[in-house]
Design a protein around this ligand. Sequence first.
Ligand SMILES: Cc1cc2nc3c(=O)[nH]c(=O)nc-3n(C[C@H](O)[C@H](O)[C@H](O)COP(=O)(O)OP(=O)(O)OC[C@H]3O[C@@H](n4cnc5c(N)ncnc54)[C@H](O)[C@@H]3O)c2cc1C
Length: 223
Amino acid sequence: MNEYKVKILSIENVTHDVKSLKFEKPDGFSFTPGQAADVAINKPDYLNEKRPFTFTGLNEWDHLEFTIKIYNDHNGVTKEIGYLKTGDELIISEPWGEISYKGEGIFIAGGAGVTPFIAILRELKSQNKIGDNKLIFANKTEADIIRKDEFENILGKNFINILSDEKLDKYAYGFITEEFLKSLINNFNKKFYLCGPPPMMDALGKILNNLGIKKNQLVMEGF
Ligand SMILES: Cc1cc2nc3c(=O)[nH]c(=O)nc-3n(C[C@H](O)[C@H](O)[C@H](O)COP(=O)(O)OP(=O)(O)OC[C@H]3O[C@@H](n4cnc5c(N)ncnc54)[C@H](O)[C@@H]3O)c2cc1C
């Protein structure tokens, strides 16, 4: 697999623990929205520490973008990514991954699991094809919601938030349950896109199975 050394062009704080990194796009590089790459920081101690991150920009941009949750509670790669500056370098692989757009449906994300859906929904919006796609986004608190204003703009009433650790009138509270999905979805004959931490993926797998969702309706990846 080819690898590409790319310079970071800019860094933006998206939430209190999520950063967006814009970086150089190698000549001829393209990806399918939803795909990720293996990424290493181009510093001697980190060259063998590859971690997957999802491209969240549009192919038509002249640069690439990652949206990365920084885990400061242990000395992993994302903590080091939090210290990177403009001009530092990443080494990225060719794009790969299970998630791509397969038709109108319900996107269900937990935390940083929303990144493949940022790319897909941005692309649909840019093509005027957003249709009746819905995003159900589970987070701990409102401050954790990634790209809230942009999703509101793209999806309007089809952007649904649920918070597990903060009770607010404007959002649902708790975890995603069968009842919660039944209250939001009137047609279960659509695609279901799932991405989030493994415990959430396990729970949702069971819930969707109970609701009669078939394997060929599911597009999913655990983070
Ligand atoms: C296909 C794919 C695409 C992905 N895309 C994205 C993306 O676009 N954006 C994004 O933010 N993430 C994404 N992820 C997740 C991302 O790869 C991980 O968050 C990242 O690899 C964590 O690296 P790390 O070295 O910081 O943590 P690691 O050391 O690799 O630890 C992994 C996880 O274990 C936990 N953990 C491990 N050790 C400790 C400890 N001592 N204390 C507390 N917690 C601990 C943390 O929760 C951490 O998430 C993606 C994952 C996959 C599979």
